[in-house]
Write a protein that binds this ligand. Structure first.
Ligand code: BGC
Length: 735
């Protein structure tokens, strides 16, 4: 694992950094502390000549080299540039979106696709990416959930660390390694109402135990940079939050990389109403611990600082500059500022395509299946829904030069010449004609199978793309119901950027595959999975709600004093909540909605496959450990035997959850502490084991001053199995 802040710089590196800090003027220091983008190349060059320390959105290897040459040959001190870019899920060859990749539950594929992205980006002169986004996302209305690894802190931590390893490699100095940025620190995913940029107020308990945990893991993994979030916490915008930026990140966790602001996040302190003007905003954020401002507000384009030396503490500015120069040294930029232009990767290689196709397959989730999937394609097949012919598979955040995807229809037609395909879109994303629906109904009658490709276009998720209605847009629900009414066998494939509300049609669909936005090789991967050439074995990284009004709904909620349980003991006050079935009759004075079944439509961790698994013999290496033993690093091993009982080879995702049964604070009803995706051949049995220690059993006690991570004595329930509910329960004592 890369820990860039731990790797020693050479003495010569250290001396160079100190020499530079000593010889830099005030203007040169502030110019160094900003990352600047200007669409006009001449203007950008002027900023670089005036000493800007970093630029973003590079156009090509040649354009970057030109700017590096200006920085090195035409500035007084010749300091090379950081060159940043939002390489979020691929540079040229696009991998699935982060939310989709989270469904793979596979840190190895996340690391390998990040490595590919780093190699492609580095070849074009990029040395710094603004990724991974590890904001815990529990509100699917929030469009940026697509850039995250979903609702669970542990999953975000594990996959974020994997992505950092992929970008940064073993050593930042290696060609092909780029600096990663964990973002957005912190709480950004908790935006009220799921509305982007909104207030994210929360208790210290919630902040520490949920939202900060992935960032703590990223810091341990040696992330080179952390980006401040746009939101406020407790009324304080994070860009001016000294206790979080300096107190937690730098002092408590020892982060020695750089803290970068988000785009104009410093300037936004003015509309937030906490800074009188831009100068005040700059002053507050640098004092709070920000090292690099994003936008270019620290100097003018002639490199003259907007603040005088007395306006900011000199040692804070020197600390920021030292961190920036250290990162440049770690990246090897002083020794190797230019990239070989002839080696710029502008097209996906065969290897790159194969890798993102494998990642795409691993990200698919089988939501339900009555045996219709995998399909055997022959005879006449009707393709319908907007995603039959759409090529919009790349997802929320790619650059204009990303390698495009084709359409699923073209992939099917190209690979299955023996089949007669008819394409009848039926519904688009917007403004549909009901006559198109009728055309689908009529056509379906003369076909053996209907494949419905429904979803959300990429631009409906991502930044500033929150939705208040989580159903399929347009008439797509009607389309699915119309197809169901024909009685012809059918499958629904969802292509989308967030959990959707599916209750309007899910019961009518025999088989549903969640395919997200899977990137450049999406159509190939989807056809592989539909036809059984590959297995769908992903699991949901976010709960799918039954209705938008149920949001936020996430599995790891705190225990309430009045939990509603299916089939719970009846009392006098029981009421029929108006839904069919005895399961839906529940006690009145419990936490629930009167007009909705309990729980989400699909749980976190849910997903099927084309084979079946049996878990047996769940066991612990010890059923008790003392606090003292845990403190000194003792761990207990939890194991389970997993048998593939079906007729096909397949992958199982073994999940381990913990509940601290009696604690000084209300604990989550379940909390994922480990998972493993394993390939199991048909008929084979494997043993999967996890080790549990302080990290998995403890929590942040925020009543202590300072907050501390504690394991409280008592009984812990451990749940190991193939999903949130299909688990074996074991009891473990901490004494
Ligand atoms: C986003 C960041 C991104 C930055 C630079 C901002 O609007 O919030 O995630 O890295 O733009 O493109």
């Amino acid at each position: 694992m890369s820990r860039m802040e731990d790797g020693p710089l050479t003495r010569a590196d250290d001396e160079r950094i100190e020499r530079l800090v000593r010889s830099m003027t005030w203007d040169e220091k502030l110019a160094q502390m900003q990352v600047v983008f200007r669409p006009d190349p001449a203007e950008l060059e002027r900023w670089v000549r005036a000493g800007a320390g970093a630029i973003f959105w590079p156009r090509s290897a040649a354009a970057v080299n030109e700017l590096q040459r200006v920085a090195i040959e035409q500035t007084r001190l010749g300091i090379p540039l950081l060159v940043g870019l939002d390489v979020i899920h691929g540079q040229r060859t696009i991998a699935p979106t982060p939310l989709a990749m989270a469904a793979s539950f596979d840190p190895d594929i996340v690391e390998r696709t990040a490595r590919l992205a780093a190699l492609e980006a580095a070849s074009g002169g990029v040395n710094w990416t603004f990724s991974p986004m590890i904001d815990v996302s529990r509100d699917p209305r929030w469009g940026r959930a697509v850039e995250s690894f979903g609702e669970d802190p542990y999953l975000n931590a594990a996959l974020g660390a994997a992505m950092i390893r992929g970008y940064q490699g073993d050593n930042l100095h290696d060609p092909g390694s780029i600096a990663a940025t964990a973002k957005h620190f912190a709480g950004y995913g908790h935006a009220e109402g799921g509305r982007d940029y909104n207030t994210a107020d929360m208790s210290e308990h919630r902040l520490r135990n949920v939202y900060l945990e992935p960032f703590r893991a990223a810091t341990s993994a040696g992330v080179a940079a952390v980006m401040a979030a746009f939101n406020t916490i407790g009324g304080k915008p994070v860009h001016a939050h000294r206790r979080l930026l300096t107190g937690v990140l730098k002092d408590e966790w020892g982060m020695r990389g750089v803290i970068v602001g988000d785009a104009d996040g410093v300037a936004n302190l003015v509309p937030h109403g906490v800074a009188a003007d831009l100068l005040d905003a700059v002053r507050q954020s640098v004092q709070a611990g920000l090292d690099i401002e994003m936008g270019g507000n620290l100097t003018d384009d002639g490199g003259h600082a907007v603040l005088a030396p007395g306006d900011l503490p000199a040692d804070r500015v020197d600390d920021a500059v030292r961190r920036i120069l250290t990162l440049k040294s770690r990246l090897g930029l002083f020794d190797r500022p230019y990239v070989p232009e002839g080696a710029e990767i502008t097209e996906p290689t065969r290897h790159a395509r194969a890798l993102v196709r494998a990642a795409a397959i691993r990200s698919t989730v089988l939501l339900k299946n009555d045996g219709t999937l995998p399909v055997t394609l022959n005879g006449r097949v009707l393709l319908t829904g907007p995603y039959a012919t759409s090529t919009d598979h790349l997802g929320a955040w790619t650059q204009s030069f990303a390698a495009p995807a084709g359409s699923i229809a073209a992939e099917l037609i190209g690979r299955h010449p023996q089949v007669t395909f008819t394409i009848e879109p039926g519904a688009g994303f917007y403004d549909d004609d009901p006559a198109d629906l009728r055309a689908v109904e009529t056509a379906a009658a003369s076909h053996d199978l209907v494949l419905v490709f429904a979803g959300e276009p990429s631009h409906l998720s991502g930044e500033a793309a929150s939705r208040s209605d989580l159903r399929l847009p347009g008439r797509q629900e009607e389309l699915i119901r119309a197809v169901a009414a024909t009685g012809v066998p059918f499958v629904v494939v969802l292509v989308n950027g967030r959990p959707l509300v599916t209750s309007g049609w899910i019961d009518a669909a025999p088989a549903v595959l969640e395919a997200w936005h899977l990137g450049t090789e999406a159509p190939a991967a989807i056809v592989d999975v539909l036809t059984g050439a590959a297995e769908p074995a992903g699991r949901l990284p976010m709960s799918f709600p039954r209705s938008t009004g149920q949001v936020p709904i996430y599995y790891s909620h705190e225990a309430t004093g009045r939990p509603a349980t299916r089939g719970g003991t009846m009392r006098q006050e029981t009421i029929d909540i108006g839904l069919a079935g005895p399961d839906n009759v529940t006690e009145k004075y419990t936490s629930k909605y009167l007009d909705l079944e309990l729980g989400p439509q699909f749980d976190f961790g849910h997903g099927g496959g084309y084979t079946t698994f049996r878990h047996a013999n769940a066991r612990l290496s010890a059923d008790r450990l003392s606090c003292a033993a845990l403190d000194s690093g003792a761990r207990v091993e939890v194991s389970v035997d997993v048998s593939n009982t079906g007729g096909r080879d397949g992958d199982e995702v073994v999940q381990l959850y913990v509940r601290d049964l009696v604690s000084s604070v209300a604990q989550p009803v379940r909390r994922m502490v480990a998972f493993a995706r394993r390939h199991v051949a048909a008929g084979q049995t494997i043993t999967v084991s996890f080790k549990l220690g302080t990290e998995q059993l403890g929590f942040w006690d925020v009543d202590a001053n300072p907050a501390r991570f504690v394991v409280e004595p008592g009984t812990f329930a451990l749940y190991i199995g193939s999903s949130l509910h299909a688990t074996h329960e074991l009891a473990f004592e901490v004494g």
